[in-house]
Design a protein around this ligand. Sequence first.
Ligand SMILES: Cc1cc2nc3c(=O)[nH]c(=O)nc-3n(C[C@H](O)[C@H](O)[C@H](O)COP(=O)(O)OP(=O)(O)OC[C@H]3O[C@@H](n4cnc5c(N)ncnc54)[C@H](O)[C@@H]3O)c2cc1C
Length: 384
Amino acid sequence: MRHIDLSDPGHVGFLAADHDGFRAHIRGLLDGLVRPHADDWESERGISRSGWRSLGEAGLLSLEHSGPGFLRSAIFLEELGGLGYGGIRASVAVHAYMAASYLHLFGSEAQRQRYLPGVRQGRLIAALALTESEAGSDLRELSTRADPTENGYRVTGEKLYVANGSRADFLVTLATTRTAQRSNGLTGASLLVIDAGTPGVSRHPEPMLGWHSADVSRVRFTDVDVPADRLVGRRDRALQHLVHALDFERLVAGMLAVGGVRHCLDLLHAFVREHRVKGVPLGTHQAVRHRIADLESSYELVRHYGYRAAWLQANGRLDTRTASVLKLRATELAVTAAQTCLQFHGARGYAADAVAARLYRDAMAGPIAAGASELLRDLVYETT
Ligand SMILES: Cc1cc2nc3c(=O)[nH]c(=O)nc-3n(C[C@H](O)[C@H](O)[C@H](O)COP(=O)(O)OP(=O)(O)OC[C@H]3O[C@@H](n4cnc5c(N)ncnc54)[C@H](O)[C@@H]3O)c2cc1C
C-alpha cells in the first residue's frame, strides 16, 4: 500500500520540509479528536457541541485562509478528507472556511469581532445559506428577499441543503435587496449574517443519501428582522463577493476530495491484498491491478494540481479556471474511486452499514455541492 512519505520534503513540490511535521501533527489531532467520535456524529447527524469545542481548542478551526500559511490549511483539508467521512469534512469546511471566508474577506471589523473568535473556538457554529429551490447552479433565480426597514432588513424566504443548518448559531445568507424591477444577474443581491436565534428563523433537518454528519437542513426565514450592521460587504454587490468566495470554496472542496480519494484507495489496497478469489488475493488479478493503477495515477496528478491551486491561493493568485479544474477533477475522481472500491468489495461493500457503501454515498455529493460538475465544465470552457 502506498502511503504519503512524510520524510520526502519535495513530494508535491509546493510544500516545504517543515510542512511534514505539521501534517503529522494534524494527523495525530484528527486521530484523537475526530476518529473516535466519527460514527456517533454520523448517527447523530451532526458534530457534537463538545466536538466543535475540542476542534477549536486544538487550533483546527483557525488555520489561515490566505497568505503563505494557507498551505497549512491545504494540508489540514487533505488530512480531514482522508478521514473518510464526507459529512464531517463538509461540516468543518463550511464552518471554518466557506461561511467564515465571507466575514474574513468582506465583513466589517465589528462583524469579525462578533463572530470570528467564536468560530475559531468552536463556540459558534457557522453555516452558508445560498441555495434555494429555483436557485442552485443559477443564483440569479434567487427569491429570498431582504426588504429595507427603518433599522435594517426584513428577510423572507427559504434556503435548502444548508450544511450545519439546524445547529448553526449564525448563517451567512444571500438575499435580494433590490427594490426596483428585476434586473439581470445578481445585481441587487446582498449577503447578511443572520443569528439563528432571531425570531422567524426555523430549521428542519433534510436527511441526505450521504454526508450524514453534515446536518444538511432547510432553513426558513419568516419576517426576520436583521439589523443594518449585519450586511456583509456592499449592498446589492453580492455577485462581486461571490465570484471571489466561490473560487475559494471550490479549492477547499477539491482538497477535501483529494484526501477522500487517498482514503478510498488505502481501503481498496488493504482489501484486495487480504480478500481471496480463485485461491489468490484479489489484487493478484491484472484487471484489478490495472483499475487501481489508473486511479493511483489520476490521484497523483490531481493531488499535485491541488497543491498548485493552494500555492496560488497562498500567493493571492487563485483563479476561477484553476479552482474549477481542481474541484471538477478531484470530486469526480472521488466518485470513480468510491465506485471501484465498492465494486471490488463485492456484496459486502453494498451492505448498508459497509464502509465502502458510506464512501460511495458521500462521494456522490461531491460533484453536486459547491458547484455542479456541468457548471464547472462551462467555467473551464469559458476560461479557455
Ligand atoms: C450534500 C449537499 C450539501 C450542500 N450544502 C450546501 C450549503 O451548505 N449551502 C448552500 O447554499 N448550498 C448547499 N448545497 C447546495 C449545492 O450548492 C447545490 O446543490 C448546487 O449548487 C447545485 O444546485 P442544485 O442542486 O439546485 O441543482 P440545479 O442547479 O437545479 O442543477 C441540477 C443539475 O443540472 C445539471 N446542471 C447544472 N448546471 C448545468 C449546466 N450549466 N449545463 C448542464 N447541466 C447543468 C447538474 O448536473 C446539476 O446537478 C449542498 C448540496 C448538497 C448535495
